[in-house]
Design a protein around this ligand. Structure first.
Ligand code: GDP
Ligand code: MG
Length: 439
């Protein structure tokens, strides 16, 4: 989230003892970090107060491992602030479950509707249907249809000159006839909250009696996202929030304020434009990510989705034993390309979120192909024994793969660093981290 917060935590972690002055300094850094991250002012005030109370109350100053305790308090409070537990989608007792997407124009309603349907199809074998209730722009219906076609989900639509409430009425009837288990209503947005839009949404809500009203907000809009959330929630009493565009260069303050300000849970986060880029929101994991401890759980879960269990286990063993070789690397490259943008994956590794090397990093998918070409030019012995790489072998690899020698060198260096990090994460560092977090 912010370098400032991570640096403050890092600094504190290294201290064997924490004085009153250290604590004050840390609190100041936390406050600034949160404000810089666009967290709502009163949320910040509250948060700092709570952390300070707990930190002073918990005998932190003379405790065994004071710095770590404070880190833990901050982590716990941050988790609590964002809602503590992941909150599941509401379900209707009888099908169909009706989900209504609401939010400003461009927030990501249509895209998220698609992602959600895709997710439900994959996870529950569900048979969702969309209702196209954004009738103000013909392009909106076309866009929904395109999204729907890409994931093979039917759309109920009636064109642009029909009352959206009527469309929803007919759509729901059709969904019942077809035994669709989910109906996802894509509604219109505006650039700003206005009376007319709200009235329309209220009318759709009255008719459809949705089990879930998901408010979609763009995380990039910072404080505005919070104001928007408040505005929608007042009129519609939403049941959950989806925070989109967390993959962008957002300061993330919205994630921390929305729950505190509206009391409504963030249920999902959008982290890209593709249909698979929707994740369940886990407050604890988000807190760890914010504090720079990486999001190992999400990473592991993502990995599990894409890797087969046995192989993942084998890979973990190899990482731990420092036996991860180029053959493994090659196998992983293929699977990793299915996990989403590489830079997102790297940011979830402990200590990486704040790594300057990752800032503005944009990994060209072509790089995958280049790295593969280099590895494929290796002899079997070189692949299994990464330490063999000497200058003449490197030159041979460059010639064999058609890549410049600097690129070969860089790849080998990065592979070495990666191996080292894997070993630390799977052994020492990770348990160290658990100890530190009181686990
Ligand atoms: P709507 O007006 O609320 O329906 O918004 P759209 O679904 O049309 O989305 C607006 C733009 O935001 C589109 O270009 C989407 O591809 C993009 N978008 C939506 N969600 C995300 C996300 O999580 N990450 C990124 N990077 N882009 C997103
Ligand atoms: Mg739309």
């Amino acid at each position: 989230l912010t370098e400032r917060l991570q640096k403050a935590m890092e600094k504190l972690r290294r201290k064997p003892k924490v004085t009153e002055a250290d604590l004050r300094e840390t609190m100041r850094e936390i406050r600034l970090a949160l404000l810089e991250a666009d967290v709502n002012f009163s949320v910040v005030k509250d948060f700092v107060k709570k952390v300070r109370e707990k930190a002073t109350g918990a005998e932190v100053l003379k405790g065994l491992n004071p710095a770590q305790q404070i880190v833990k308090i901050v982590n716990d409070e941050l988790t609590a602030l964002m809602g503590s537990e992941a909150v599941a989608l509401n379900k209707a007792p009888h099908i169909p479950t009706v989900i209504m997407m609401v939010g400003l124009q461009g927030a990501g309603k249509t895209t998220t509707a698609g992602k959600l349907a895709y997710r439900l199809k994959n996870e529950e074998n569900a048979r969702p249907m969309f209702i196209a209730a954004d009738v103000y722009r013909p392009a909106a219906i076309t866009q929904l249809q395109q999204v729907a076609d890409s994931i093979d989900v039917p759309v109920f639509k009636k064109g642009t000159d029909v009352d959206p409430v009527e469309i929803v009425r007919e759509g729901l009837t059709q969904a019942k006839e077809n035994h669709n288990d989910y109906v996802i209503i894509d509604t219109a947005g505006r650039l700003q909250i206005d009376e007319q839009l709200m009235d329309e949404l209220v009318n759709i809500k009255k008719l459809a009696e949705p089990n879930e009203i998901l408010l979609v907000v763009d995380a990039m809009t910072g404080q505005n996202a919070v104001a928007t959330a408040q505005g929608f929630d007042e009129k519609l009493d939403v049941t959950g929030v989806v925070l989109t565009k967390l993959d962008g260069d957002t300061r993330g303050g919205a994630a921390m304020s929305i729950r505190a300000v509206t009391g409504k849970p963030i249920k999902f986060v959008g982290e890209g434009e593709k249909m698979e880029n929707l994740d369940v929101f886990h407050p604890d994991r988000m807190a760890s990510r914010i504090l720079g401890m990486g999001d190992m759980m999400t990473l592991i879960e993502k990995a599990q989705k894409n890797f087969d269990e046995e192989q993942a286990q084998e890979t973990m063993e190899k990482m731990r034993a420092n036996e991860f070789d180029y053959n493994d690397f090659l196998a992983q490259l293929d699977q990793i390309s299915n996990m989403g943008p590489l830079e997102n994956i790297l940011k979830m590794m402990p200590g990486m979120a704040n790594n300057p090397a990752l800032k503005n990093l944009n990994i060209d998918p072509k790089q995958f192909a280049h790295i593969k070409a280099i590895i494929q030019s290796m002899t079997p012995a070189e692949r299994t024994n990464p330490d063999l790489m000497n200058p003449s072998r490197r030159r041979r690899l460059a010639a064999g793969s058609g890549r410049p020698i600097v690129e070969v060198n860089r790849m080998i260096k990065q592979f070495g660093q990666m191996r080292k990090m894997m070993k630390q994460v799977t052994n020492g560092n990770f348990s160290g981290m658990q100890n530190m977090m009181g686990g």
